[in-house]
Design a protein around this ligand. Structure first.
Ligand code: BES
Ligand code: ZN
Length: 457
């Protein structure tokens, strides 16, 4: 192990420069103008994997291509096989004026590297690739067979991946998936994430008059769709922060005493968190702590709200329509399809006859949970301890990685979630960054992980 760690230390600077090169490619999956960049990015990471001795292919899908890179030519009988999953696509960088430096011109400031995709997710899976390079090039070797699966559609719902998993079912059969695409509370607190929230999306449109109307001439004669939508949405939550959709909490699995104790080991201050968020006050479902509300309780959010005139000055109209984009974060054992069904019938019941309602349900993903007592989870905890030299914590995360449920359903494998991003990494936001200590610890984690997991198989 010492020579692997020495190799990592010796090549640290080159690793950083390579990551910077990777981050320069604007692989924004949501924007069709970036189509060529998606191809270029898949090509870049595949050729990088080849440079470090892996066999890599860029594989077309119905959407953006996926990359498979293997440490072996042929599987060795009896040798454990793990798949490292990551995504090379990134969120749109807008609003650009809030970035202190351009999102695709990586900038180092102190120990942080600023760029879109730095934490989510290029920096995190790149750490695993560098760990494999270190294991192979230092002569230590690997006690397991590894496949990297790096997709290009995670940020837009992994649409093509389930079919891809079915097509490559035999090659992807493995002991477990290893995913670094979540967070840690701090460098002092490495973490194994054993649960993720699921997600359900809906778009609601209320339509009133067939066109925008003069609000002086016609105001008072018809309902205003924007106001009707506000009133409708306002009824979805009570003053105590509870969602009023009937049956919404019915399937929520409460935290166990053991989970609460684990959660309490993570230092948290509401005051500091409030300042960090820049909000006048924290708010959420009564009866739960902030950490519980963020990770183990379901929520309903308005992500976007549009109606009427948004331009300069004023325009006196009754808008013809109003629209809201909603997502709900779900926890074990809620089901997106059930929740959406209750939401739709609740909204239809509440909607006044003065407007027409149209509801489109969007992408969904089930919540995820694995037992932290699983032998592979225990092995991962030992690797975290070794790499960070600190006792790891067990945590749930509020974000979603819906594909982990397909890994379980299609391939029968659990996912070990070993995040590397700090709470202020600003994923999806301007000035996204990755702490270089996280990068380094992550590479060390990659190196410590495989021997531990191999022993536990
Ligand atoms: N890496 C995140 C997911 C994440 C972040 C999980 C932090 C836990 C903690 C991932 O790239 C992401 O943003 N997922 C989306 C999923 C959605 C597009 C279906 C999310 O959570 O909003
Ligand atoms: Zn993301």
């Amino acid at each position: 192990m010492q020579n692997v760690l020495d190799y990592i230390r010796t090549h640290r600077e080159r690793f950083e420069n390579e990551l910077i090169e990777y981050l320069r490619i604007p692989s924004v999956s949501a924007q069709s103008s970036h189509q060529p960049d998606m191809q270029a990015c898949a090509g870049w990471i595949a050729s990088h994997a080849r440079q470090i001795g892996l066999r890599a292919d860029v594989i077309p899908t119905a959407g953006h291509p996926a990359v498979l890179a293997r440490t072996f030519t042929r599987r060795t009988l009896g040798r454990p096989h793990f798949v490292v999953y990551g995504h090379y696509d990134v969120q749109p960088p807008e609003p650009l004026d809030l970035w202190k430096s351009p999102p695709f011109e990586p900038r180092r400031a102190g120990r942080r590297l600023y760029a879109r995709g730095a934490s989510d997710n290029k920096g995190q899976h790149f750490a695993h690739l560098k760990a494999v390079e270190a294991c192979l090039r230092s002569g230590a070797g690997l006690p397991v067979d590894l496949t990297f699966l790096i997709e290009g559609e995670e940020e837009v719902g992994s649409r093509s991946l389930p079919a891809f998993l079915r097509q490559h079912r035999r090659e992807l059969r493995c002991e477990a998936f290893v995913i670094s695409d979540t967070g840690i509370p701090g460098l002092q607190h490495p973490a194994l994430t054993y649960a993720l929230r699921g997600i359900a999306a809906a778009e609601i449109t209320l339509t009133g008059p067939s066109r925008d109307l003069h609000s002086g001439i016609h105001g008072g004669a018809v309902d205003n769709p924007a106001l009707a939508l506000c009133q409708l949405l306002a009824q979805l939550r009570d003053p105590h922060g509870r969602i009023t959709v009937p049956g919404f909490y019915k399937d929520v699995r409460p935290l166990t005493a053991y989970e609460r104790r684990e959660l309490d080991r993570i230092p948290h201050s509401d005051a500091a968190y409030r300042r960090f968020l820049g909000a006048p006050r924290l708010f959420g479902e009564h009866g739960f702590t902030t950490s519980e509300r963020r990770t183990a309780r379901p929520t309903l959010e308005i992500n976007g709200l549009t109606s009427g005139y948004q331009g300069q000055g004023s325009k006196t109209i009754i808008p013809s329509w109003a629209r809201a984009k909603l997502t709900l974060r779900l926890v074990p054992d809620q089901r997106p399809s059930h929740v959406i069904r209750s939401l739709v019938s609740h909204l239809r019941r509440l909607c006044p006859p003065t407007v027409r309602i149209e509801i489109k349900s969007g992408h969904g993903g089930e919540p995820y949970c694995m037992s932290p007592r699983h032998p592979l989870a225990q092995a991962a905890l030992r690797a975290l301890q070794a790499a960070f030299n600190r006792p790891p914590v067990l945590m749930r995360e509020g974000g979603s990685i819906p594909i982990v449920n397909d890994f379980k359903r299609i391939l029968g494998a659990d996912s070990l979630l070993l995040g590397l991003a700090l709470p202020d990494a600003d994923a999806h936001a301007p000035n996204e960054n990755f702490h270089l200590d996280c990068f380094e610890r992550g590479i060390a984690l990659g190196a410590c992980l495989w021997p531990e997991l191999a022993r536990a198989c």
